[in-house]
Write a protein that binds this ligand. Structure first.
Ligand code: CAA
Ligand code: NAD
Length: 294
């Protein structure tokens, strides 16, 4: 492939949670300078500790040398001011799955970042067009949808809008290949490719548990051993985050009330109301200790 017109060297990542820390890490490992923004300094610190932990794990497993780890860490610049993203070639948003918060963020960001930069959202469920339209760069706005855990999952969905320019898509594809992921091009439809199939499946497993059709352990074992999936659906829902899963379903249910598969299960609402968010809060369907199910 020939060098794209716009080559991405400096990347901004907004939000350093479950997804953002992984995105920042893989971009830094690939040699990009990365500015990582969080509004909250404590959250930024937690995200950086997570990156250091993940890189440390790779060194322990001899998948990375100590020098490579140190070089990746040196490429990461923490920021609590949006203006620090001004010179980025690509800005990837990975904040909470809340449409108003994302739109507000992009509205503030647009005048601060140079006009050639590409904006991307890692949203799981919102329309990219609904985010792009608050900025003045419709043809330079795409979805870049990563998968959890970012360090291990090889796919990135590149979501194109009708007006996306070819040079932007070429640059996005080159970036995805540079971070050693596999790009697929998806349209701006609910859930793109993966989540349109995955999220109704997760919701259906919660409904199955709610009805008492089977125990959570048996639902998970059935899909792991019967279909060869690496995790059962209830473990995966915990892994993704029950708050994030509920936000996705609520958004789709509001937009497509006739689609029964998008209806949020009451059990999911109840767990989120109790702040049982899954792995990130230590309890969801299961109890978690760090990244591991107890
Ligand atoms: N950084 C570095 N290394 C890591 C790591 C991290 N964050 N997390 C795990 N590892 C390493 C482990 O140390 C381990 O290394 P070794 O093989 O050398 O021992 C290796 O990666 C595998 O990890 P584990 O042994 O803990 O676990 P595993 O073999 O069960 O694999 C998994 C873990 C890859 C997560 C696997 O269970 C899996 O594929 N699960 C399904 C994940 C999935 O479906 N993700 C998509 C969610 S949906 C989504 O993301 C979209 C959305 O919008 C909601
Ligand atoms: P998370 O809750 O782990 O992290 C979100 C981070 O954003 C937090 O650190 C929070 O402090 C920060 N944040 C919130 N509002 C902010 C703002 N206005 N400015 C800056 N930072 C802000 O969530 P996550 O799981 O990392 O999800 C992030 C995005 O990625 C969501 O859109 C989600 O749908 C999407 N996504 C999630 C997964 C998953 O499996 N969890 C997979 C793919 C995509």
């Amino acid at each position: 492939m020939s060098e794209p017109e716009l080559s991405i060297q400096r990347v901004g990542v907004i939000g350093c949670g479950l997804m953002g820390h992984g995105i920042a890490q893989v971009a830094a490992q690939a040699g990009c300078a990365v500015v990582v923004y969080e509004a909250d300094a404590a959250a930024l610190e937690r995200g950086f500790a997570r990156i250091a932990g993940s890189l440390g794990k790779l060194v322990e497993k001899q998948k990375l040398s100590a020098e490579q780890r140190d070089a990746a860490l040196a490429r990461l610049q923490p920021a609590t001011e949006l203006a620090a993203l001004a010179d980025c070639d690509l800005v990837i948003e990975a904040i909470v799955e809340n449409l108003d918060a994302k739109r507000e963020l992009f509205r503030s960001l647009d005048p601060l970042v140079h006009s050639k930069a590409i904006f991307a959202s890692n949203t799981s469920s919102f329309s990219i067009d609904e985010l792009a339209c608050v900025t003045g760069r419709l043809e330079r706005f795409i979805g870049l949808h990563f998968f959890n855990p970012v360090q291990l999952m090889k796919l990135v969905e590149i979501v194109r809008l009708e007006g996306s320019s070819d040079d932007v898509l070429d640059a996005a594809r080159a970036f995805v290949l540079r971070i050693e992921k596999h790009p697929v091009i998806a349209s701006d439809t609910p859930g793109f490719i993966v989540n349109r199939l995955l999220v109704p499946y997760l919701a259906e497993s919660i409904r199955m548990l709610e009805r008492g059709d089977a125990s959570k352990e048996d639902i998970d074992a059935a899909m792991q051993l019967g279909c060869g999936y690496p995790m059962g659906p209830l473990t995966l829902a915990d892994y993704v985050g029950l708050d994030t899963s509920l936000s996705i379903l609520e958004g789709w249910h509001a937009r497509f009330p006739a689609e029964q598969v998008f209806r949020p299960p009451q059990l999911l609402r109840d767990l989120v109301a109790k702040k049982r968010y899954g792995r990130k809060s230590g309890q969801g369907f299961y109890l978690w200790e760090g990244d591991k199910k107890k």
